[in-house]
Design a protein around this ligand. Structure first.
Ligand code: SF4
Length: 146
């Protein structure tokens, strides 16, 4: 099982926002710089996270991004499932595999995929930013030349 780069990037953005205090509302550019990813990639991930209700935008002077209560306490398994989408770990239809109608391997891989998500179900984003990860996230300001 391998996560898409999009999912990993979105999770990085979520973790960065999870360590922000009430008066620390970074912009997409701030988050992209801190996590050392392209602005356009971070913007796409944050748009998806907003649609999921995990991240909100605070408007006005000093506005920016913040994690919602849902984002802080939602199951990590749920979040990764949503970001990864419905796809299976193996592609059986492109090109069509002659076994695809009756394949035990496909069924076994489907079970393994579900076990992977189930292992993430008990965790929340808040769990991911306890020490030692949280203090490191707080220290990130981006590369020195930005
Ligand atoms: S062997 Fe099974 S799992 Fe592999 S491509 Fe064919 S149907 Fe899918």
């Amino acid at each position: 099982m391998r996560l898409t780069k999009f999912t990993d990037l979105a999770l990085r953005c979520v973790m960065r926002l999870a360590v922000c205090s009430e008066d620390d509302v970074p912009t997409t550019g701030d988050v992209a710089a801190a996590m050392e990813v392209r602005h356009t990639h971070a913007a796409k991930a944050i748009t998806r996270l907003r649609h999921l209700g995990v991240v909100e935008t605070r408007r006005g002077r000093g506005g920016g991004l913040a994690l919602t209560e849902l984002g802080r306490h939602a199951s990590l398994g749920w979040l990764v499932r949503e970001l990864e989408g419905e796809g299976e770990v193996v592609t059986c239809d492109d090109p069509p595999c002659p076994l695809r109608g009756a394949c035990r391997l496909r069924r076994a891989l489907g079970g393994a995929q579900e076990a992977f998500y189930a292992a993430l179900d008990p965790l929340t984003v808040a769990d991911l930013v306890t020490s030692p990860t949280g203090p490191v996230l707080l220290s990130l300001t981006g590369p020195p030349n930005r």
